[in-house]
Design a protein around this ligand. Structure first.
Ligand SMILES: Nc1nc2c(ncn2[C@@H]2O[C@H](COP(=O)(O)OP(=O)(O)O)[C@@H](O)[C@H]2O)c(=O)[nH]1
Ligand SMILES: [Mg+2]
Length: 600
């Protein structure tokens, strides 16, 4: 069919450590190929989400189609997928990799190989992508090009002349890069099938057109009006439109084997379309394509609407976000203090932060999020279950054993920070298993530690002690026996589940003191004397008493400001109503926020 076409297609992705210049290099490629109108060009143009632009990071992968005339005079179609660099978004990278034949492995000349360079490289190797090493930022006065060359040639076992030098800032080397992409990225596999088969690697949602699947076609072709099926979901639909990314969605006649594009499905129900599913012709006989391993959530936190009236809106918002971010998981739960909300699973702390911020911004929801936690496998006399809500931990006496996930952390650090890092590993229960020294003196360390400890602000600590120079990445290991203890918090004898947490036994006293002290500081005084207590291992291990608030809330107002007085009394009445709704203690929303922030 379109065999002749796709021979002149090259599908590739850019992978690198965060901030190494992927999106900026993509800018230059888009400019050079005249894909984006000069007037519309701006820095990191592929970072289209408001949050991406504000934070200067890529969160979502973004495909874009370019045309470039090769030295042979042929007009090539180049499909580029820009990817995020942060470890929390590695799932985006892994999906992009399944849609392409090659990758540009980008290394920042001022930084050299970093932890995420290693992780993304091993992902690309695993799916069998051709790897083109590229050093960027060669324009920078801080560039250490020969060090970077050494590191890459050792990493990939290649000679240095295979490495391409570019600057995403000045555009130097872009022509050679385009030439090498055409030369070295293999064209898509030739398919003779006349039935369509495409892998869904992402999707977007719009209110009136439903889900648009982002797909890589491996066989056949798809055009508007075709009857298609989602093989995994077993759902039939008509293609309302097919198109390409420029990076805006632009309709085309048809998508053919080897192409990357989108198909508008009109499907509006949540939960039908999933990444990794296969789009196929209705009467197709080919087996579905291999999808993606579902990523497992790494941290959980509960999210509650500040006002219970917003509960339905919150559900809708989560469903919508899930349509654009399939790695987000959530289920309904309710808590005595906070009402109805959702237990959400995230791929890491940054993912959590981004989701909460998007709920707030894109859906105008004011939320209370609880302290993030990992999951534990808890065995009691009766059963063995995975628990990811600390308050659900069985009573101390009933527990036979607890297991928890571990992580293998790879760090790359300048030698000066080594001794401080070693101290940090001790504090975070990490063990160094392996070290390697780079030619520029930097050291690569492989460390194993409980995931629980890693999530306890380890990233920030590493950045701090190394003045930002150390980079790290991690993979999750199997579960191991855990020596952890649940701390329960009671305020005025009422257990507040949202404050419960699970900590290492050796830190239980320190943590309990800390939580109680913190609550003592941030909790407003109540109408009565209030006890704040932390218990663990079946007894109270920390406690403070908050004195009572004075009765007459208006008493301190001098003069006769009647309206102000009225307002205060009104407020007090409301407060009492809320008190009644929530039990005895009134805990303002911002206390929950303060307790979470303190922990990060
Ligand atoms: N000097 C210099 N700075 C660059 C170059 N490429 C990117 N940068 C800067 O590096 C930072 C990260 O770039 P970005 O493209 O967002 O990186 P990404 O996270 O890999 O997508 C930005 O401040 C860019 O302006 C380059 O070639 N030279
Ligand atoms: Mg980027």
């Amino acid at each position: 069919m379109n065999k002749n076409n796709t021979i002149h297609t090259r599908n590739f992705s850019i992978i690198a450590h965060i901030d190494h210049g992927k999106s900026t290099l993509a800018d230059r490629l888009l400019e050079r190929t005249e894909t984006i109108d000069k007037r519309k060009m701006r820095d990191q143009v592929l970072d289209r989400m408001e949050l991406e632009r504000e934070r200067g990071i890529t969160i979502k992968m973004q495909p874009v189609l370019m045309h470039h005339r090769g030295d042979d005079g042929i007009l090539y179609t180049l499909n580029l997928i820009d990817t995020p660099g942060h470890i929390d978004f590695a799932y985006e990278v892994s999906r992009a990799l399944k849609a392409v034949e090659g990758v540009l492995l980008l290394v920042d000349a001022t930084q050299g190989v970093q932890a995420q360079t290693l992780t993304t490289l091993s992902m690309a190797k695993e799916v069998g992508c051709v790897i083109i090493p590229v050093i960027t930022k060669i324009d920078s006065p801080l560039a250490r090009i020969s060090d970077a060359c050494d590191e890459i040639s050792e990493l990939l076992s290649i000679s240095e002349d295979q490495i391409i030098m570019v600057s995403g800032k000045t555009g130097e080397g872009i022509d050679i890069l385009l030439k090498k992409i055409i030369e070295r990225v293999p064209p898509p596999r030739n398919s003779s099938a006349d039935e369509a088969r495409a892998l869904v690697f992402d999707f977007s949602y719009s209110t009136h057109r439903g889900v648009s699947v982002y797909a890589r076609l491996f066989d056949g072709s798809i055009k508007k009006g075709d009857m298609l099926t989602l093989r995994g979901a077993n759902k039939q639909y008509t293609a309302l439109e097919v198109g390409i990314f420029t990076p805006d969605e632009v309709p085309v006649e048809s998508l053919n084997a080897g192409d990357i594009g989108y198909v508008v499905t009109g499907i509006k129900e949540p939960g039908v379309v999933a990444v990794g599913d296969t789009v196929a012709s209705v009467r197709g006989a080919l087996p579905p394509l291999e999808g993606f391993a579902r990523p497992n959530a790494v941290v959980w936190a509960s999210v509650y609407p500040e006002s219970q009236d917003d509960f339905t809106d919150l559900r809708r918002a989560l469903e919508r976000l899930h349509l654009a971010d399939s790695s987000l998981s959530f289920e309904e739960e309710s808590s005595g203090t906070l009402g109805r909300g959702f237990r959400c699973g995230f791929l890491g702390m940054l993912h959590l932060e981004i989701v909460i911020e998007r709920l707030h911004r894109e859906f105008s929801l004011n939320l209370i999020a609880t302290i993030p936690t990992i999951s534990y496998t808890v065995t009691t006399q009766e059963k063995r279950e995975v628990i990811y809500t600390p308050s659900r931990f069985p009573e101390f006496g009933a527990i036979v054993s607890i297991e928890e996930p571990w992580a293998r952390v790879v760090l790359i650090t300048p030698p000066e920070s080594l001794s401080l890092l070693m101290q940090l590993f001790y504090e975070y229960e990490g063990t160094v298993l392996d070290t390697k020294t780079y030619s520029d003196g930097r050291i690569e360390l492989a460390v194993e530690m409980p995931l629980r400890e890693l999530m306890r602000g380890f990233f920030d600590k590493v950045k701090n002690v190394s003045s930002g120079y150390a980079s790290l990445s991690y993979t999750i290991l199997k579960e191991r026996k855990a020596d952890v203890v649940k701390i329960e918090i009671r305020i005025a004898d009422e257990p507040i589940h949202a404050f419960a947490r699970v900590v290492s036994r050796r830190r239980v006293q320190e943590e309990a003191d800390h939580i109680v002290e913190r609550l003592y500081k941030v909790l407003p005084r109540q109408m009565f004397v209030t006890k704040i207590q932390a218990s663990a291992l079946g007894r109270i291990i920390a406690s403070r008493t908050l004195s009572a608030m004075r009765k007459d809330v208006t008493g301190y107002l001098y003069g006769g400001d009647v309206t102000r007085k009225k307002k205060l009394l009104e407020k007090q009445k409301k407060g009492k109503k809320r008190l009644a709704a929530r039990g005895k203690v009134h805990i303002p929303e911002d206390v929950f926020m303060k307790m979470v922030r303190d922990y990060e």
